[in-house]
Write a protein that binds this ligand. Structure first.
Ligand code: SF4
Length: 617
């Protein structure tokens, strides 16, 4: 444990010391003598990013609702603090009790972004926990990980002991309960791993072997014995109204990325955008009822004092009774001036009425995601919107006094042509012209359009999982073309770092061999790779070379449907046949309807019950 004395001196010398002090409103304190399982919930990035992660708040409270468990938070210390910690031999510590990582039973990581993996290694090292699973002996914590990137856990095999695939509300409690039994027994670490491998959704990689073909592709992946499942089936919460949701969130002392109440209204999405991993892995759609949500909102406003509620989901405007939910919440909080924000509004279900209601309290910018510049390409990716949707929605918004618009696009999509790229320019300029076509008396404020163009990263469990990513030079050529074309002071063009997206693609579809390169990159000094001022592409490329791995094999290589993919052993419910069918339709530029208008047989309702699939059909 770190003494407050030692910490105090150092905190006066680093940026944002409140990142490291804890003791916020709603922080949970427990007497260490009354619990016997200590769980360090680690977010591999700085405090203000991690504290905005809904999953952490949910699992933090669920674990602490177990009498015999104490879950504490740990974040990546920023560069200046890490330097001070290493100079003063201070191990990475939790905010609740300032205990160092090696004092815990579990060190858990949430995997939200592939480029945060070097931070995982850095946190283990700072916390005096051996990086490799094989170096962790009796008495060392078990390293466990979950979250969206765990749907391809292979690049972290050898580092992480246990993966929890899918939603953790129940599986995490099952895991700590088994640990409780094991801790009372005199059985070995390996015995615990065997016991926990029986939990549905749990993957213990050391019980699986992978053999490769000469060309580096996988020949076979199989359990070392038939006591371990061949397929790992993801976990889902069937009924969200009966699923625990915190009625208090820790309230940070410093500004965080999301400084508001996150009210999760539903999980899953039925739109079927072919580039979107979340739209596939979080199926089926499961909604929370309005009464549950209003009741939760009331309690969260009381316990946090936040002045804004964000209705979070993958596609908020698809909530089956959104208008009523918004009206109920506005009715409930209008006297308290609590604002509402709808983060993910779709263009084709953009309702001005709802927006007007919401904006009575607070006016915020509007974000639209056409994703592709032409209708042809929007059909290829099955975005399911057309230009008219965008023009009508933006026109409505301008007439209502909006003047700030963000437009999200990607480059590097399958079948993309330069004409599609130029379509991004044309759409941005059309939005600009639209503003100046609205009668002057209706306009408020100066027009500001931000056109944000990211580099497409093909992800596991999407119809595009077989697609070879564009080469870095190709991304750069397309971004250069856009910079040359979009030259209007009303339109700000943001492009993403193609090299960072390339590495993200390597890790996102990597196999076990990639773990060596991640460790080497960290040994060569890589960390905070997601922060542009700390990302060093050359060190990464040198690291790949040093361990004899060709990153192109993972990023830009097209896969065949016959190839065994590193994540094929995971069952998400959506079938491989459906993903192949959708990829074929993409190549034919044909769309697939939103399955709220009729099931399109993705397969989830054959292996998972719960959700709205059955109500839909
Ligand atoms: S089973 Fe059918 S209704 Fe359910 S998510 Fe899949 S396509 Fe949609």
């Amino acid at each position: 444990m770190v003494s407050n004395e030692k910490l105090k001196d150092i905190l006066l010398q680093v940026e944002k010391p409140a990142r490291y002090i804890g003791n916020e409103v709603n922080m949970i304190t427990k007497n260490l003598n009354e619990i016997n399982i200590r769980f360090a919930f680690c977010f591999p990035d700085v405090y203000e990013v991690g504290m905005s992660h809904l999953g952490m708040h949910i699992l933090y409270n669920i674990l602490n609702n177990q009498d015999n468990v104490y879950c504490e938070r740990v974040f990546s210390p920023w560069i200046d603090m890490e330097k001070k910690m290493r100079e003063n031999d201070i191990k990475l510590f939790s905010l609740e009790t300032k205990s160092s990582l090696d004092e815990f039973d579990f060190v858990g990581f949430t995997l939200q972004y592939e480029m945060s993996y070097t931070n995982i290694l850095n946190m283990l090292d700072l916390g005096n926990v051996p990086l490799r699973a094989t170096d962790r002996k009796e008495g060392h914590p078990f390293v466990i990980a979950g979250g969206p990137c765990a749907y391809n856990p292979e690049p972290l095999v050898g580092i992480v002991d246990i993966f929890s695939i899918g939603e953790g509300e129940e599986s995490l409690v099952e895991i700590v309960n088994i640990y409780d039994e094991w801790k009372k027994s005199k059985l070995s670490r390996a015995e615990f791993l065997k016991m926990v491998s029986k939990v549905e959704g749990v993957y213990v990689p050391e019980f699986y072997d992978v053999d490769y073909n000469d060309d580096g592709t996988i020949r076979e992946m199989k359990p070392i014995s038939d006591e371990f499942p061949i397929k790992i089936k993801k976990r889902i919460q069937k009924n969200l109204d009966k699923t625990y949701y915190p009625d208090k969130f820790i309230v940070p002392y410093i500004e965080t990325v999301h400084d508001r109440i996150m009210l999760e209204i539903f999980r899953g999405c039925t739109r079927g955008c072919r580039f979107c991993q979340a739209g596939m892995i979080y199926r089926p759609v499961r909604e929370r009822g309005i009464d549950t949500l209003v009741d939760l909102a009331k309690r969260l406003v009381k316990t946090t004092g936040h002045e804004e509620i964000s209705l979070s989901s993958l596609s908020t405007s698809d909530y089956s009774d959104l208008e009523n939910l918004v009206i109920r919440l506005i009715e409930e909080f209008k006297d308290k001036k609590i604002g509402l924000s709808l983060p993910s509004l779709r263009l084709d279900s953009f309702s001005m009425e709802i927006i007007e209601e919401i904006q009575k309290i607070r006016k915020t910018g509007l974000t639209f995601a056409p994703e592709a510049g032409s209708q042809r390409l929007r059909d290829v990716i099955n975005k399911g919107i057309n230009e008219e949707d965008l023009i009508n929605s933006v026109n409505d918004a301008f007439k209502q006094g909006w003047s700030t618009v963000k437009l999200y696009f990607m480059v590097g999509l399958p079948t993309e042509t330069d004409e599609d790229i130029l379509g991004i320019k044309e759409l941005s300029y059309k939005v600009k012209d639209l503003f100046f076509s609205v009668p002057k008396d209706k306009l408020k404020g100066n027009l500001k359009i931000t056109t944000s163009v990211s580099c497409f990263v093909p992800k596991p469990f999407t119809p595009f999982q077989w697609f070879g990513q564009n080469k870095i030079e190709e991304f750069d050529r397309k971004q250069k073309m856009l910079r040359k074309e979009i030259r209007d002071k009303k339109i700000k063009l943001n492009t993403h770092d193609s090299k960072l997206s390339y590495l993200e693609a390597v890790i996102a579809r990597g196999d076990r061999k990639v773990a060596k390169a991640i460790i080497r990159a960290w040994e060569n000094g890589c960390k905070f790779d997601g922060w542009s001022d700390h990302f060093d592409f050359d060190i990464w490329m040198k690291s790949f070379e040093e361990v004899g791995i060709d990153p192109d094999f993972y990023a830009i290589r097209n896969r065949t449907y016959e190839e065994i993919l590193p994540w094929d052993f995971i069952d998400i419910g959506v079938s491989k046949e459906y993903l192949i069918r959708e990829n074929e339709k993409a190549n034919k530029e044909t769309t697939t309807r939103d399955c709220r208008q009729g099931c399109t047989a993705c397969g989830i309702n054959t292996t998972f019950d719960g959700g709205v699939c059955n109500e839909l059909n």
